[in-house]
Design a protein around this ligand. Structure first.
Ligand code: SAM
Ligand code: MG
Length: 214
């Protein structure tokens, strides 16, 4: 049977990237997506905005919602300080299996915990299961109808503290109007938009950075 896109993406990594070199893994995936097949990674253009937010924050506890093939996971983890931890959630077992190999190729498995399952099931278990008090940084990039309910769930579960930064991808394309309405109007957040383009295209998209004020 024909291979899947994530399998072909992994092949491109194994062919073009150097083991233990996260930057080469990122470049190999971007090259594959620009020259062979589009895929739903945050991509290089929005990725550099993601990099600057992570670098400025220097977070120790990070949550990513939506792993897919592990592109943004590698992108974030490569910038984390020693001892920092990134938990990434993915409910598609086939994608998770590819992501594990991409993460391992990048040599970042010590920093990353890939958890298989749905965000709405795992967010309430973060404290008891992973001993997490609060997250410093959350990257939201799973299905768009879950941004708002999962944000409210993280609030209710006490996973956000004063200063926690939420960074949401694809707020214009495909768009998350209910989430934007919430973070932009709530007194509990200070929110700003970073204009960019949908991964590997010229269509407008952007990231919304929302600082939780408590
Ligand atoms: N963050 C990745 C990157 O930039 O490389 C891309 C993630 S992709 C856009 C979204 C992923 O979220 C898909 O792999 C999908 O299976 C997963 N997903 C969607 N809803 C989810 C949920 N509620 N819980 C866990 N995973 C979810
Ligand atoms: Mg995205």
């Amino acid at each position: 049977t024909r291979s899947t896109r994530p399998q072909r993406l992994l092949k491109a990594v194994q062919k073009r990237a150097t083991r233990g070199d996260p930057q080469s893994v990122i470049s190999a995936i971007d090259h594959f997506c620009r020259h062979s097949e589009w895929a739903m990674n945050v991509g290089d253009e929005k990725g550099s905005i993601l990099d600057s937010v992570v670098s400025e924050l220097n977070p120790e506890k990070v949550l990513e919602l939506g792993t897919y093939c592990g592109y943004s996971t590698v992108r974030i983890a490569r910038l984390l300080p020693p001892g920092a931890r990134l938990i990434t959630l993915e409910f598609n077992a086939d994608y998770a299996a590819i992501a594990r190999q991409v993460i391992s190729w990048a040599g970042l498995e010590d920093k990353i915990q890939l958890v298989e399952g749905a965000s709405e099931d795992w967010i309430p278990r973060m404290k008891e299961h992973f001993g997490i008090e609060t997250f410093d940084f959350v990257f939201l990039d799973h299905w768009k109808d879950r941004y708002l309910p999962d944000t409210k769930l993280m609030e209710d579960c006490g996973l956000l503290r004063k200063g926690t930064v939420l960074l949401a991808d694809n707020v214009i394309c495909p768009g998350v109007p209910d989430y934007l309405e919430y973070v932009r109007n709530s007194l509990s957040y200070k929110s700003s938009y970073f204009k960019s383009h949908l991964e590997y295209t010229k269509a407008e998209d952007g990231l919304e950075k929302s600082v939780f004020l408590g």
